[in-house]
Design a protein around this ligand. Structure first.
Ligand code: ATP
Ligand code: MG
Length: 563
């Protein structure tokens, strides 16, 4: 492809709205342009890479027996109402104004719709159906370029089985295919245990890339390899020990004391002597959550304990439910369900809010004074806590979710009535799995992991072209002639060559663009070298340059690309 005739609008400046390297570099190399918040156009250079990723995904999905579909993005709302997901997605779902349609944020419903009545017998199962298609989600905070978009490409696959053992097999096939896909793309990733959410399902794993730009947080044990999304991660934490004989409970005036830190400061006590209360609403009922000191409530854990979605109570609701504002709530006198963190199970002589503003209660013995409390692990794991498997220190860090594999079970087949007849002639819902990959995220994460201060560092599998051919002074006849020859020779060998044949661009400008775009191999053709029959080769990743005789060029390019 000749640069003089093609549209690769590179930029020198860092775009104002871009913060993370992949976003900056995708805009600067002319791979993407923003149309509106969270909505991006892929320009030819970016689309080339996207197509390479899609092809890798397609090959590996076909290799496990996947059959490719192409489903409509525009869906009748009715089907989504049958599974309760219009409500579950809430504002994240785009609704079409003049019809009862929605724009699909994923496709469990539609695939199940097609399975219904067509996969009738155990003999029709198993099946793996997939597609690579646009999804729409009204993300409240689209950011980091294409990593969180309102429109994005997903490879979504669905397995249909007649038994739970069958689902295990389909799940394992996807697990292996995902490893191959990300390995072939050259991405460093790891797999974490993840939450199946309040939606049911029994196992789910996420493929993650470590990155400060990530919006997921994971706990990782370097020693034994334990890795889990903090939504479900566990750690070994010391329980709060009993402190002496239990006193009677008593009220203390604590004017203007709102936080746990203020309470500790005011009473000159340790954090472990306090219990923090939070009110959540579950199915319109308040639930009081008790945590030790400054431990934070993990809402995902809470949702899986309760079996459905929760939300924190609003400030005005707090007053109505407890009689006090956020800083003065406590378990004594609270009417309703109380769930306490495991650490508090044995605790006594605790201080907590009095359900009366500016007052706290001391001398609380959990067993004696809060006998109705149910105990569960509710904490958000912190760095430095001990691994439950091996006792080493856990590290907690940010990560980007590339893909998610999920044993769905029968949630969708039950809701939509997709049933099959087993060997004995009994009818039961098809057992399903669901498996997603964010295609643009693969691209962005590759760049996050493969760039330097000058630009991107491509490797052969995803590189938009193999070779960047630079003619330094295209006005000079020998340079023009030789570069044309090299271009034709390499192209006919099957290499994809980006040829900077621009006549008016300065050498420095061409070098910068070549480093920015970052193709694996650069061939630099100048007048001086040609006088001795050589051109220069630069390996972009190492920056190493060397001279090559013209007749050796093909062979050396081949070698470098296969490195
Ligand atoms: P997240 O927690 O990041 O919002 P999710 O759990 O909503 O992701 P899934 O519904 O499991 O994601 O979708 C499958 C895959 O689609 C994700 O693993 C991710 O790679 C990709 N994906 C999800 N939301 C977006 C988005 N807004 N922009 C780009 N890719 C996305
Ligand atoms: Mg999401």
């Amino acid at each position: 492809m000749k640069l003089s005739k093609n549209f690769i609008p590179t930029l020198k400046e860092v775009p104002a709205d871009a913060v993370i390297p992949s976003h900056i570099l995708m805009v600067r190399t002319g791979m993407i342009r923003m149309l509106s918040a969270g909505i991006y156009s892929f320009l030819p250079l970016g689309y080339k890479v996207l197509k390479k990723i899609i092809e890798i995904i397609r090959e590996e999905m076909d290799a496990i027996g996947g059959q490719e579909f192409h489903l409509p993005a525009l869906n009748p709302k009715e089907i989504w109402e049958q599974t309760g997901r219009v409500e579950a997605f809430g504002d994240t779902m785009f609704h079409v104004k003049n019809r009862d349609y929605v724009l699909a944020p994923t496709h469990e419903e539609i695939m199940t719709y097609h399975a219904k009545g067509t996969l009738k017998s155990y003999k029709d199962l198993p099946q793996i159906w997939y597609q690579i298609q646009t999804k729409f989600r009204n993300e409240p905070r689209p950011r980091s370029g294409v990593i969180r978009g309102r429109q994005f490409l997903m490879k979504d696959a669905y397995s249909f089985d007649s038994s739970w053992e069958g689902l295990d097999k389909s799940y394992k096939k996807h697990y292996k295919a995902y490893r191959k896909i990300f390995d072939r793309c050259g991405i460093k990733y790891f797999v974490v245990g993840a939450s199946s959410g309040a939606m049911g399902g029994n196992k789910s794993e996420e493929f993650m890339v470590r990155s400060d730009a990530g919006e997921d947080t994971v706990a990782y044990c370097e020693h034994c390899g334990y890795a889990a999304n903090v939504e479900i991660a566990q750690s070994v934490v010391e329980p709060v020990r009993r402190k002496g004989e239990s006193k009677e409970i008593y009220e203390i005036s604590t004017p203007n004391v709102k936080s746990i830190d203020e309470l500790c400061e005011f009473l000159k006590i340790d954090e472990s002597e306090t219990a923090k209360s939070r009110i959540y609403i579950f199915k319109d009922e308040p639930v009081l959550i008790l945590m030790s000191g400054n431990d934070e409530v993990n809402e995902t854990k809470l949702e899986s304990i309760l079996g459905g979605a929760v939300r924190p109570a609003h400030p005005d609701e707090l007053k109505e439910i407890t009689g006090a504002d956020a800083g003065s709530i406590g378990p004594i006198g609270f009417i309703g369900r109380i769930i306490a963190d495991l650490r508090l199970k044995d605790a006594n002589n605790l201080y907590s809010g009095a359900n009366k503003n500016d007052y706290h209660i001391g001398g609380i013995d959990m067993k004696r004074d809060v006998p109705q409390a149910e105990y569960h692990d509710l904490r958000i794991v912190q760095s430095g806590e001990k691994c439950t498997r091996c006792g080493s220190e856990l590290e907690v860090f940010k990560a980007i979710e590339l893909g998610h594999i999920f044993k769905l079970g029968t949630k969708y087949s039950e809701a939509l009535g997709a049933e099959f007849l087993d060997e004995k002639g009994n009818s039961s819902p098809i057992i399903m799995g669901s498996y997603g990959i964010g295609v643009e995220r693969v691209l962005a994460c590759y760049i996050e992991q493969n760039h330097d201060e000058k630009g991107i560092l491509w490797q052969k599998p995803l590189a938009p072209f193999d070779v960047h051919l630079l003619g330094l002074n295209m006005k000079k006849e020998p340079v023009k002639e030789t570069t044309e020859k090299i271009y034709n020779a390499l192209t006919s060998e099957g290499y994809q060559v980006l040829f900077d044949d621009r006549v008016d661009a300065q050498a420095g400008f061409k070098f910068n663009d070549a480093d920015l775009i970052g193709l694996p191999v650069q061939i630099i053709v100048g007048e001086r070298g040609l006088k001795e029959g050589t051109v220069e080769i630069k390996k972009r990743r190492t920056g190493k340059r060397f001279k090559v005789k013209l007749e050796d060029l093909n062979e050396i390019v081949g070698k470098l690309l296969n490195d």
